[in-house]
Design a protein around this ligand. Structure first.
Ligand code: PLP
Length: 419
């Protein structure tokens, strides 16, 4: 057989971890085991019918051709209206690009701007596609790990210390995947203050979970707090999470004209504009009744509360209440070094997650995949029964571990020495 030779860039990346975790869970389920899957990062609701009807109407009206490379003017106007109405921001259609999902916006931005060796600051825990998309575009991800004490958020001090002459971008994701952290106005202002001192650094602001927020809290947009950063900021957003449209593959970026033009050129020589039908659907979604967004967020919040209530009862796990997005990010460090019923030690979050899957039929994603070991991520976008059963399995799994403090001490020491 002819050997397949990968490009250097393809060899630098792997399959997204939640896709890998899902695939493992499905393989186990196919072998006859019952598996509770809490790995998902997409709404379990269907796209609202009125959005589907807008897509059907676009098809019927013959909107079946290539569109302008940056997206239709109608969609870009709808995005411009959204940014003005919801965020108080002024973007013309020329400063907006529609892409095949929020992920594709980020990919285009890095493909258009990164040169070999350029550094991109990626706060951890991170959505794993951030460093992967930097790497595949020849950049160097610089990971800044935030602790539980910092609410898993980047501090201005850490940012200041990490910026070098090679830094091209800072990625900020709020609300964040996987931690559920939401930056307050004060925190955004402080980070903006650091960026102001380093005019060569651009900001990629990923707001894909913009509407998926729980509890009260400021929703003031970073660019209304620091409008002077607009000429080096790319806003990333899309339809996937807010309108339950993950399969439609439609997202958008808003930023300075030069950047949007460069991204449009990259897009024109790769995918071309996103699907004309998805564009029409997003335009309708942005202009239409937003009650679906409110109702779905209320449902996610109920499930978050249910999961948190159950997690609180499990000795050895810590989980700060996520303020947004679709996940609970759980600290399991006190279980590292414990012993499984078969006598094997739990040496890492990866081994703990394997134990959950293979011994208890619960699929979650390890924190190591998000750049923060000793944690794991549970999805709240599952039905109530799955959340209740998942939490029950998790509690049983933790209870079955032997946590002799002496053993824990010895194993912790070993782990540290070999790390
Ligand atoms: C933080 C973050 N940004 C962007 C995306 C991309 O979403 P999409 O490409 O479906 O619009 C995701 C999806 O999981 C995400 O978690």
């Amino acid at each position: 057989m002819t050997e397949l030779i990968l490009s250097d860039r393809a060899a630098r990346i792997g399959l997204a971890p939640n896709a890998a975790a899902k695939a493992r869970a499905q393989a186990l389920a196919a072998s006859g085991r019952t598996v509770v899957e809490l790995t998902s990062g997409e709404p379990d609701f269907d796209t609202p019918d009125w959005i589907k009807q807008a897509a059907i109407a676009a098809l019927a009206a013959g909107e079946t051709k290539y569109t302008a490379q940056a997206g239709t003017l109608d969609l870009r106007n709808a995005i411009s209206e959204k940014l003005a109405r919801e965020n108080g921001l002024d973007y013309s259609a020329a400063q907006i690009i529609a892409c095949s999902g929020g992920k594709h916006v980020i990919y285009n931005a890095f493909a258009a701007t990164l040169r070999a060796g350029d550094e991109v600051i990626v706060p951890a825990p991170y959505w794993q596609s951030f460093p992967a998309m930097v790497s595949i575009n020849d950049g160097t991800p610089v990971t800044l790990t935030a602790s539980r004490e910092d609410g898993y958020k980047l501090t201005p001090e850490r940012l200041e210390a990490a910026i070098t002459a090679h830094t091209r971008w800072l990625i900020l994701n709020t609300p964040a995947n996987p931690s559920g952290a939401v930056y307050s106005s004060d925190e955004l202002t402080a980070l903006a203050g650091v960026l102001r001192r380093h005019p060569h650094v651009w900001l990629l602001l990923d707001e894909i979970y913009e509407h998926i927020r729980f509890d009260e809290g400021s929703r003031t947009h970073l660019l209304t707090l620091a409008p002077d950063l607009a000429d080096r900021t790319l806003i990333v957003n899309g339809a996937s999470k807010s309108f339950a449209m993950t399969g439609w593959r439609i997202g958008y970026g808003a930023g300075p004209l030069g950047l949007i033009r460069a991204m449009t050129i990259v897009q024109s020589q790769s995918t071309s504009a996103p699907s004309s039908i998805a564009q029409a659907a997003l335009a309708a979604a942005l202009r239409g009744d937003q009650s679906f967004v409110r109702a779905s967020v209320a449902a996610y919040q109920e499930r978050r509360d249910l999961l948190l209530e159950r997690l609180r009862d499990i000795d050895g796990l810590h989980c700060a209440a996520p303020q947004g997005a679709f996940f609970a990010f759980v600290d399991c460090s006190s279980l590292i070094g414990s012993t499984m019923p078969d006598g094997k030690p739990v040496r890492s979050d990866v081994e703990f997650v394997d134990y959950l899957l293979f011994e208890h039929g619960l699929a979650v994603v390890d924190g190591t995949s998000f750049g923060l070991p000793n944690h794991f991520r549970l999805s709240i976008v599952a039905d109530r029964d799955a959340i209740i059963e998942g939490a029950r399995r998790l509690a049983a799994a933790v209870k079955a571990l032997a946590r002799d403090t002496d053993v824990t001490h010895v194993l912790r020491t070993e782990t540290t020495e070999t790390a």
